[in-house]
Design a protein around this ligand. Structure first.
Ligand code: FMN
Length: 312
């Protein structure tokens, strides 16, 4: 997830049970122009493997050059983003924009698969709009040109993030007798029960989890515990939350320096400490100072003040 799944966040998710993690999407055009904003996203830690690097674009040449650049970072997987609904991406036919030109989608994918020895996977949506959902056919064609797995978000581009994700067309992809690669479902897996439904009622091979993990890297462990026991794992204690926030901030600082590390970790705190009454004063301390020492001191204060708080 853009601006979310950087190496520190992915490392925390991995520690808490995620089986595979992916980078933020990276512009192929940015990579071939050596744009710092794109290049920094190639960084991966050994401890987060298996990890996929995700790229987007719609120009064949740029995508192939991007594959060569990505390979040098030695990820376990190269993932193609054919699902981003944002206007500035789709207007260039990239992301979900390519769902209006399936032959181009297949051609790009085939060329990228041929370019690399790494497994290539695709993340996409059901279709451009509800009148053009051909995901069963699209998935089969992508499989036939060599992708090793497909993740499908159960919404169309036109839907953006509105309404509910529809998992039925994803199950139709899985039930196509010609499909043999893993089919992962995505969209609205926000409880362990939803993950169980995706597995048992829809028969999918895995769940891709997005928003439910923001500020909640424990979600993966919670889902796995529920798979095993049909019981909910107790929510993380205050101590565990403070520890995660601390480690997140420290890894971010080590990775991109104090200024950026402090700034970019701020968006995670609200969720780490969600549900604590009268928390605003402490949250403000965490998100207003540019000085890491102040933020670490705020964490200590929170632990001292709310250490016994019982999370629901
Ligand atoms: C802040 C944010 C950034 C995202 N960035 C990406 C991205 O870079 N690549 C991608 O494949 N999907 C991205 N997505 C989409 C998610 O991967 C996922 O498809 C979508 O949120 C639905 O799944 P969820 O209900 O589990 O969140 C992003 C979503 C959010 C909320």
């Amino acid at each position: 997830m853009e601006d979310v799944s950087d190496p520190p966040f992915r490392a925390l998710c991995k520690e808490q049970g995620a089986d595979v993690v992916y980078t933020e999407f990276i512009s192929s055009e940015g990579l071939i122009r050596d744009a710092a904003k794109s290049v920094i996203k190639l960084d991966i830690y050994e401890k987060e493997r298996p990890v996929g690097i995700q790229i987007f674009g719609a120009e064949l040449d740029s995508m192939l050059q991007a594959v060569d650049i990505v390979e040098k970072s030695n990820p376990d997987i190269i993932d193609i983003n054919f699902g981003c609904p944002v206007k500035k991406v789709v207007c260039k036919n990239a992301g979900a924009g390519i769902l209006r030109d399936i032959p181009l989608m297949v051609k790009l994918t085939e060329a990228m698969v041929k370019r690399t020895k790494l497994p290539v996977t695709v993340k996409t949506r059901l279709g451009w709009d509800t009148n053009s959902i051909k995901i069963v056919e699209v998935a089969e064609r992508l499989q036939d040109v060599g992708i090793k797995a497909i993740s499908i978000h159960g919404r169309t581009r036109v839907q953006m993030y509105k309404g509910e994700a529809d998992w039925k067309p994803i199950a139709a992809v899985k039930n196509n007798p010609r499909m043999h690669i893993p089919v992962f479902g995505n969209g609205d897996v926000d409880t362990p029960e939803a993950a169980v439904r995706m597995r048992d009622d829809f028969g999918l091979d895995g769940a891709m989890i997005g928003r439910a993990s923001i500020g909640n890297p424990w979600f993966f462990k919670q889902v796995k515990h529920y798979f095993k026991t049909a019981r909910h794992l107790a929510p993380p204690t205050m101590e565990e939350r403070v520890e995660a926030a601390r480690r997140h901030l420290q890894m971010a600082i080590d990775w991109k320096g104090e200024k950026l590390g402090v700034f970019e970790t701020r968006r995670h705190y609200t969720n780490y400490f969600k549900g604590i009454p009268h928390f605003k004063e402490y949250r403000m301390k965490m998100v207003t100072s540019d000085d890491a020492a102040d933020v670490f001191a705020a964490f200590d204060e929170v632990l001292e003040k709310f250490g016994d708080f019982q999370f629901a």
